[in-house]
Design a protein around this ligand. Sequence first.
Ligand code: PEP
Length: 254
Amino acid sequence: MRKQIAAANWKMNLTYQQGEKLLDEILIEKIALSPHQQVIFAVPFPYLIMANSEVAEESGYAIAAQNCSDKKNGAYTGEVSAEMLQSIHIHYCIIGHSERREYYLENNKLLAEKINICLQHSITPVFCCGEPLRIREEGNENAFVQQQLQESLFHLTAEQLKTIIIAYEPIWAIGTGKTASTEQAQEMHRHLRSVLADKYGNEVADEIPILYGGSVKANNANELFGCPDVDGGLVGGASLVAKEFVAIIKALKK
Ligand code: PEP
């Protein structure tokens, strides 16, 4: 069975103390994860090292960065490198979240560089793709996400691709309270898998976890995660509430 993943994206929210309390409230639940289940908390940079020491002992739980530089090192004030993340034992990093694409003008080509640098430092990228509302209204969402994959991932070998996690996040559903229907989610996840299969073959495509993101909540996670090609979720707002995120973890396929 493919990995089933609940990934929290705290974005630029919570003080360190609030974050610590939230983690405690979730970890105290001692949710038993099966070997193919994984829970990831993408926390703000300053919390990475502290949160990692808290979470590292729990098997199946990991701390992630929300971004990293496309550059190896050097005079890039304010940036954080993949090498720095690796040096504090961070094994996951979100790459290409739509907020990075929109507010920091990250494009597919730059994201390909970030993917490369993560892989060079043994960091699993959680690569985000997804279309804006206008593209969906025009009926061009399949071609749009296909191009995102082609331009940011298709230079990878099959062995490299197999180490990646993909998150499909329709931009119109992020933080809006609007969720893709289970049909829309399943249809797009199937499409993404077929795009991967065309390039890398079915066996590789079948191994890649594809998470859904966009207003996942306790009350819709079961239905969304129940879709055959949805392998869990990347969760923003609801990951800031312990009770919500605990229910979301419990909704992962067993
Ligand atoms: C996200 O930040 O990736 C996200 C999906 O946010 P939300 O769950 O709040 O829509």
